[in-house]
Design a protein around this ligand. Structure first.
Ligand SMILES: NC(=O)c1ccc[n+]([C@@H]2O[C@H](COP(=O)([O-])OP(=O)(O)OC[C@H]3O[C@@H](n4cnc5c(N)ncnc54)[C@H](OP(=O)(O)O)[C@@H]3O)[C@@H](O)[C@H]2O)c1
Length: 256
């Protein structure tokens, strides 16, 4: 599916959208999709060259788009990013918390750093980024927060107690925040991708990938664009009455 074929969804054009981890994979496709919808997208990478590449890529779609550096595991980096955004008077009213990592290991062997790093990047980051963004959304009396969790947060997975705990935590975080801010016209939803073809899944061997496909009713891995399309829907006014929801994008791997 070409993202340009999605057509325009209501309510996104002219909004400022922040997409964390927009240099690769799902975040890259999501940033592109929101820029094609007419949002002024701020996409982040962990490095200056990564941010420059985002500026170049998104700049071809939207003159207001740009790439900035962010480490979501570092509260100071988050504060610095929002200071930059407030200097240019562009607080985001669409926020996609996409940045994430895995550090897989069986529980008996899992090192404290593997636990801490995964929880800080995937879960604690939501506390800091949403806290920095929510005030601007409240002032605008409109906001969309979309958190990218994982099917693993719903099913568990051996070797991923850290990742599954973080992704599960994101779902509880999203439901609770959704209840707090619904009256302000701010929705908070979660997208739970199954297995999507990105650098994250390319780490699997070919035989692992084939075995995985056998378990997926659609018999294929998803594309980053499949997740981006779900985010576009949730960010739009078409989803104004949908909040606290978890949307599975998984080819039928798990249905809830
Ligand atoms: N791929 C899947 O099958 C799958 C399935 C379910 C859920 N997910 C979730 O979807 C999200 C995106 O996954 P992906 O597969 O697209 O991953 P990916 O291709 O590995 O890309 C990860 C992105 O996150 C950024 N990132 C990593 N650590 C960061 C940090 N500390 N601060 C800020 N940004 C950071 C990376 O930036 P740099 O390029 O600068 O490193 C990159 O843009 C993740 O939350 C992941 O858990 C993925």
């Amino acid at each position: 599916m070409e993202l340009a074929q999605l057509g325009r969804w209501p309510g996104i054009e002219g909004r400022v959208a922040l997409v964390t981890g927009a240099s690769r994979g799902i975040g890259r496709a999501t940033a592109q999709a929101l820029a094609l919808q007419g949002a002024a997208v701020v996409g982040t990478a962990t490095t200056e060259p990564g941010a420059a590449a985002i500026s170049e890529r998104l700049g071809a779609v939207s003159p207001d788009a740009r790439g900035l550096v962010l480490d979501v595991a570092d509260p100071e980096s988050i504060q610095a990013l929002f200071a930059t955004l407030s200097e240019s008077k562009t607080p985001p009213t669409i926020l996609v918390n996409n940045a994430g990592i895995t550090r897989d290991n069986l529980f008996a062997r899992m090192k404290p750093d593997e636990w801490d790093r995964v929880l800080a990047t995937n879960l604690s980051s939501l506390y800091w980024v949403c806290k920095a963004a929510i005030r601007g959304m409240m002032r605008a009396r409109w906001g969309r927060i979309v958190n990218i969790a994982s099917v693993v947060g719903l099913t568990g997975n051996p070797g991923q107690v850290n990742y599954a705990a973080a992704k599960s935590g994101m779902i509880g975080f999203g439901k609770s925040l959704a209840k707090e801010v619904a009256s302000r016209n701010i929705t908070v939803n979660t997208v739970a991708p199954g297995f999507i073809e990105t650098d994250m899944t390319r780490e699997m061997s070919e035989s692992q990938q084939e075995a995985l496909k056998g378990q997926i009713p659609s018999r294929s891995l998803g594309a980053p664009q499949d997740v981006a399309a779900a985010v576009v829907y949730l960010a739009s006014d078409a989803a104004r009455y949908v909040t606290g929801e978890t949307l599975n994008v998984n080819g039928g791997l798990l249905m809830s």
